[in-house]
Design a protein around this ligand. Structure first.
Ligand SMILES: Cc1cc2nc3c(=O)[nH]c(=O)nc-3n(C[C@H](O)[C@H](O)[C@H](O)COP(=O)(O)OP(=O)(O)OC[C@H]3O[C@@H](n4cnc5c(N)ncnc54)[C@H](O)[C@@H]3O)c2cc1C
Ligand code: FES
Length: 512
């Protein structure tokens, strides 16, 4: 709808037309906005999420927050602040005035600046913060520290040669060729300069000395720290495939990897993807959309069966097959000779190149060598602090006590990594905030996006509500009658409601 056709909130809205919890689309002058009712309170905020422009009118109001339907960013209705990733920037927020049965939207409010955190016994501030890892968790932590008014030195050290970028996009629009390289950085060089976040790129940390509180870089430089965040992410599992001849093998983790695959794709006709993983199949989808013939080879019988169950896994396969992907499941690659990829079932495929998506392993060598407690990841407590005080871990490497499943879990989700970075930052400032966000991830295959909230490693029952074949469903995973997770397609609101319901069971609170 053209913006001029939307109701102008300046002219007033009759509150009798707005039910409790309702979200009304409209505008404030020429800016798209939403009006939200929570009990007797009304809020007016910007209509678009600052992550990927999700329409907040289709989101969910929870308490005095609004959640984005696409990837569950959470904004304050009172201030417009981005409270939880993946959005890092605020939305517009206006003052609302009630007169009789009408509410009027008045002047725009400035995003409040938090008071500078105070040094004190209970929350002693670190004299400096060093963050190892310039990915999701690392950037979100640095960003949050400055947003909270922390003014001490922050150093963000990254082995990557690119400044922090939108990693999930590497297998999606960027690889498809529909997102230009300029869209990939999460922040501009000016952002880092203005906030005095010292960004060391192409700088791999070789070792940590937790007693001396120093970090040594591979190139020899030594950096002192007071508080430390380890956010080193994960590395692709390397397969030991015998290769003779010139066919190129690619792994996908970094921007440079995705650029290399995109460059090779420009001249390719047929590609083999090894591994029917999330990354493997997203790559398959992106390459199909470039018109390349794609063969997917994997040992499993049904893609994602152990994560999403057989029904949803079969649907994912069907979606890919309907776009022309050729699956070779229940087998693996025996060897590669020149362009010929021979499988263990003795069949072979001629390919221009191979992409391997065989999962990842958390990058924990540094933490291990430094003597931190390790359990298939870096052990952290509910405050994301490791076994050494003042040393935190977040993102793909962190195994934390998840209050929903009651288990210590480690996941590889973008939003979780960012939210952990944000909470670790608060705890470096002495806030003692538990990490209790409900795990969430999304995965995109052509026009089908799967949203997943919760965490279910095993289950004893799966219910499908809706229709898998129409790609409109919510799949609930239960164990002992308890809901552990909900995966959904085309049911964004259901996914947000599931997140809210998990939160309510945790706090025992009621939404209101
Ligand atoms: C192609 C792709 C697509 C994805 N799509 C999705 C998706 O759709 N949805 C979703 O939820 N998740 C997705 N993920 C997963 C998500 O990106 C990760 O869970 C997330 O990036 C983890 O964040 P992190 O901060 O822990 O690690 P990362 O973002 O990987 O960052 C780790 C950083 O640590 C640096 N580093 C490592 N070792 C050192 C060292 N010794 N010294 C200095 N620096 C070091 C690395 O260079 C990097 O900068 C995807 C991942 C990939 C690779
Ligand atoms: S578009 Fe709103 S969270 Fe991604």
């Amino acid at each position: 709808m053209a913006i001029s056709n939307l109701p102008d909130f300046r002219g007033g809205i009759d509150i009798r037309d707005v039910a409790d919890g309702a979200i009304v689309s409209g505008r404030v002058d020429a800016e798209e906005a939403i009006l939200v009712r929570r009990g007797e309170e009304f809020f007016a905020v910007g209509a678009q999420c600052t992550h990927y422009h999700g329409a907040l009118a289709a989101g969910l109001a929870v308490g005095d927050t609004i959640r984005c339907p696409l990837h569950h960013a959470c904004f304050s209705l009172r201030t417009g602040e981005a409270l939880r990733a993946p959005a890092l920037d605020p939305i517009a927020c206006w003052r609302v005035e009630r007169a009789g049965t009408k509410v009027f939207v008045r002047e725009r409010l400035a995003t409040p600046k938090p008071p500078a955190p105070k040094d004190g016994k209970a929350g002693a501030l670190p004299s400096s913060v060093t963050i190892i890892g310039g990915g999701a968790a690392g950037l979100a932590a640095a960003d949050r520290l400055r947003r909270e008014g922390y003014s001490g030195p922050i150093m963000l050290i990254s082995a990557d040669s690119s400044p922090p970028y939108d990693r999930p996009n590497l297998s999606k629009d960027f690889l498809m060729g529909t997102a230009p390289a300029e869209w990939m950085p999460l922040r501009t060089p000016e952002y880092f300069a203005e906030r005095k976040i010292e960004l060391l790129l192409d700088s791999r940390v070789a070792s940590l000395d937790l007693k001396q509180r120093t970090v040594r870089l591979e190139r020899g430089r030594q950096v002192d720290f007071d508080a430390l965040l380890l956010a080193t992410g994960a590395d692709p599992v390397r397969l030991d495939i015998p290769v003779a001849g010139g066919t190129r093998l690619f792994y996908l983790r970094t921007f440079a990897d995705s650029q290399a695959i995109a460059a090779a794709a420009a001249a390719a006709k047929r590609v083999v993807v090894v591994g029917a993983s999330f990354i493997g199949l997203e790559v398959a989808a992106s390459l199909r959309q470039r018109g390349i013939e794609v063969h997917v080879v994997g040992p499993e019988r049904i893609p994602f069966e152990h994560v999403l169950g057989a029904q949803l896994g079969a649907l994912v396969r069907e979606v890919h097959e309907s776009h022309g992907v050729i699956f070779h499941l229940g087998t693996s690659v025996a060897n590669v000779e020149g362009r010929r990829v021979t499988l263990k079932d003795a069949s072979s495929i001629e390919a221009d190149f191979i992409v391997i998506g065989a999962g990842v392993r958390p990058t924990i060598k540094l933490a291990e060598q430094a003597g931190l407690e390790i359990d298939r990841g870096v052990q952290v407590n509910e405050y994301l602090e490791t076994s050494v005080a003042g040393v935190f871990a977040a993102g793909d490497i962190a195994r934390w006590p998840d209050p929903y499943s009651g288990a210590r879990i480690r996941v590889e989700h973008w939003v979780v990594a960012e939210r952990q970075g944000q909470i670790a930052a608060l705890n470096m400032l002495g806030r003692r905030q538990r990490f209790d966000a409900v795990p969430f991830f999304w995965s995109q295959h052509y026009d089908v996006t799967i949203n997943y909230v919760g965490h279910a490693e095993t289950w004893d029952a799966i219910d499908v509500d809706g229709s898998l074949s129409s790609r409109d469903c919510a799949v609930t995973y239960r164990r002992g009658g308890r809901i552990l997770a909900v995966a959904s397609i085309s049911r964004d609101l259901k996914s947000l409601e599931a997140e809210r319901d998990f939160e309510l069971t945790q706090t025992g609170a009621t939404d209101g």
